[in-house]
Design a protein around this ligand. Structure first.
Ligand SMILES: N[C@@H](CCC(=O)N[C@@H](CS)C(=O)NCC(=O)O)C(=O)O
Length: 205
């Protein structure tokens, strides 16, 4: 059994869960809850960065971060399934990088408010990060990825994008939907064909 250290709200962990499901290997993975803020949580021993997701292989090797894990899951499932070989590979990897970058910028905004007292927060830093998300949304809205029509046609870039948009729904009240109506349609198509997207959705507390 593979062990995925994650938490229900982690968008990067969600990427790995959806990837495993699309690849048909979700039942080979045990999800172990992780609290990255707890110094006693073993995640800090498993991943020196203390971040989730981390994937523990059967021989005890620990893989992190989500891009490495997604690549491993694809390899585990036979290879070339959600990260194609050949030229198409780079478009998929670039979309994954853009979507992950949106997630990083979104998470930094959340952490600014979660970990800093109000008087120490930087409005400039928050808008610097928010602008990255906004530019990424504009660029994707102008040229949305191919619509998802069948579950087994989904790639790692599309999975990452769905998770980044899902995180904006969770933490930023879905404000992106006004800015990017074509992406809303795209995400609806993704959800129709990838049931694990709805299964891994959590609602704001
Ligand atoms: N590049 C990493 C980012 C992972 C990440 O930022 N994870 C967040 C949770 S979604 C985390 O562990 N935060 C705790 C921390 O930064 O210490 C990946 O793709 O796995």
């Amino acid at each position: 059994m593979l062990i995925l250290r994650s938490s229900p709200a982690s968008p990067f962990g969600r990427k790995c869960k959806i990837a495993a499901s699309v690849l048909g290997i979700f039942d080979k993975i045990e999800i172990q809850a992780t609290d990255t803020t707890n110094p006693a949580d073993t995640i800090r021993l498993q991943n020196p960065l203390g971040k989730i997701p981390a994937l523990i292989l059967e021989d005890g090797t620990v893989l992190y971060d989500s891009r490495v894990i997604v690549e491993y899951l694809d390899f585990f499932a036979g290879g070339g399934r959600i990260i194609p070989a050949g030229e198409g590979r780079f478009e998929v990897l670039r979309l994954q990088a853009l979507a992950d970058g949106m997630q990083d910028a979104s998470i930094l905004q959340v952490y600014e408010t979660r970990f800093r007292a109000e008087e120490k927060r930087s409005a400039d830093w928050l808008s610097y990060q928010a602008e990255k998300v906004s530019r990424a949304l504009s660029s994707l809205e102008a040229a949305p990825p191919a619509p998802v029509k069948v579950t087994n046609g989904v790639d790692a870039g599309q999975i990452a994008l769905a998770c980044a948009l899902g995180y904006l729904d969770l933490r930023f009240e879905g404000a992106w939907r006004q800015q990017a109506p074509h992406l809303v349609t795209w995400l609806d198509g993704f959800e129709t064909h990838v049931p694990m997207f709805a299964k891994t959705r959590i609602l704001p507390a």
